[in-house]
Design a protein around this ligand. Structure first.
Ligand code: UDP
Length: 464
């Protein structure tokens, strides 16, 4: 054989061997994938069956016996039926304990973990509708519903601002046994904030202030209406730290009283709502609101002026939001000017920019007092205090990851980031706030309610 011929043969052999080993490798990869999927599904089923066993023995059976003892002698049913979307969009009838609410009522659902018709973590449970669902809804219904869902976790901590469908899609795209396991872990603390009763009160009275109890979409709708009517509105957010300050700072309290809207910011307000029997519709803060506000402003062709933060941060925030949401930025200015002497020039700059929305980020209570003091001179329709918003959007301070917000621990992340400045605000402030809420509930609520009816229309009924 010539040298050329043997080289050719060697190449052919090499090619044959490589293609065979590639085929073997891709076959092995496929087998490994099938095996790991089957194994993770088996582990998930084992976890589900163990949870179902534990809940059945420790909770379902004792509650069932109690319900039998209470309901049967009174001639009342022990269970109520609810038909929901099951897997693949088929109807599924679930039993709940009648006369109970929240997690206690839904204990019989855990029996469905044995049958495999419900998952422990899955898409949200939705009432069955015989009419054909929209194609996207149809796809969502293909995924098995779960006793725990991303939607239910976010609803518990009142941060499901994106709405049900978007949250379901987020879940479907993230779905994985490890993701489900972490979702189940998040559901345990989130359960502390969940509410059996639905939120009906439009005003949440807390420590003598009237806080607006609305969803994010209500808040955006309210602002759009004010913009259309050119009705100037001062909108402030309050968190537990703000409410603590409102007790000790008379001028801040006065500024809050002068607001057109006060919105509840933070898990502390959700807990206070639970303690006072006024469930919050949503936990709204400026950082979560900004994307919705910008989208609305862009659609209405209205511009925003950003005032506050360290030099450069308002500009960086303006660049980021105009790029992401297509909103027009009328102007941006830092917040470290002489608030006594230079405010007139700043107000002139804001007014000549023709902005419809002014975001003021000096932190509470400085921003609220500044807005109220100068609102007569300010031309923008929406005047909003937004705290450290520009620090987050300019990327200078990282915001807590979503999972920490879902379990109500955003404040822990803020302490970790700025321990020197934040520890007192949260470590001392949070228990103090809860103490004040309880004290107010016990000692002052009844007398304040009387004064409220006499003095209807102001946003504060409790002098500091
Ligand atoms: N700030 C300002 N001017 C001042 C004092 C503070 O612009 O005279 C800014 C500061 O740079 C920060 C924000 O106000 O961006 C306050 O942030 P903080 O995190 O305290 O506000 P929160 O959101 O907690 O109310």
């Amino acid at each position: 054989m010539t040298a050329k011929g043997s080289a050719q043969k060697a190449r052919e052999l090499e090619k044959r061997l490589t293609s065979r080993s590639n085929a073997r490798r891709s076959w092995q990869r496929r087998m490994a994938l099938v095996a790991s999927t089957a194994l993770s599904e088996l582990i998930v089923r084992l976890i589900e069956i163990s949870v179902a066993l534990a809940v059945t023995l420790l909770a379902f059976v004792p509650v069932l016996l109690c319900r039998l003892a209470v309901q049967l002698p009174a001639g009342k049913p022990v269970f109520v039926k609810r038909t929901v979307f099951g897997c693949s969009g088929k109807p599924l009838t679930l039993l709940s304990f009648s006369g109970l609410s929240g997690g206690m009522a839904t204990l019989p659902w855990f029996l469905e973990l044995f049958t495999g018709r419900l998952a422990l973590a899955g898409t949200a449970i939705r009432d069955w509708q015989p009419s054909a669902p929209a194609p996207e809804q149809g796809y969502i219904s293909m995924v098995k519903p779960g006793i725990i869902s991303l939607w239910s976790v976010r609803q518990s901590s009142r941060i499901a601002h994106e709405g049900r469908e978007a949250t379901e899609w987020e879940y479907i795209f993230s779905k994985h046994p490890v993701y489900d396991f972490l979702l189940i872990l998040r559901a345990l603390p989130a359960m502390l904030f969940s509410e059996g009763q639905s939120a009906s009160n439009e005003i949440f009275e807390l420590l003598g202030l009237k806080i607006d109890n609305m969803t994010m979409s209500d808040a955006i709708g309210m602002m759009r209406q004010a913009l259309v009517e050119k009705r100037q509105s001062a909108i402030f957010f309050v968190n537990p730290d703000c409410l603590n300050q409102s007790i000790t700072e008379r001028d801040y309290r006065k500024a809050l009283t002068a607001a057109d809207r006060i919105l509840p910011d933070g898990i502390g307000l959700v807990i206070a709502g639970k303690l006072l029997g006024t469930p919050l519709r949503e936990n709204i803060n400026g950082t979560d609101m900004l994307p919705f506000l910008c989208t609305m402003a862009a659609a209405e062709k209205l511009s925003i002026f950003l005032l506050g933060g360290k030099p450069g941060r308002a500009e960086m925030t303006g660049d980021a939001i105009s790029q992401n949401y297509g909103v027009a930025i009328a102007g941006a200015m830092h917040g470290y000017f002489d608030h006594e002497r230079e405010s007139t020039a700043v107000i002139e700059a804001i007014n000549s920019s023709k902005a419809s929305i002014l975001l003021v980020a000096f932190g509470a209570p400085l921003q609220e007092k500044w807005i109220v003091r100068h609102r007569a001179a300010l031309r923008p329709t929406i005047l909003m205090g937004v705290g450290g918003l520009f620090d987050f959007y300019s990327g200078n301070i990282k915001r807590a990851p979503r999972w920490m917000r879902e379990i109500g621990l955003e404040w822990v992340y803020r302490i970790m980031q700025e321990p020197g400045r934040m520890w007192k605000r949260y470590v001392v402030g949070n228990p103090l706030f809860l103490y004040r809420v309880m004290k107010w509930k016990v000692l002052e609520r009844s007398s304040i309610t009387e004064r409220t009816t006499e003095n209807h229309g102001t946003r504060s009924d409790c002098p500091a």
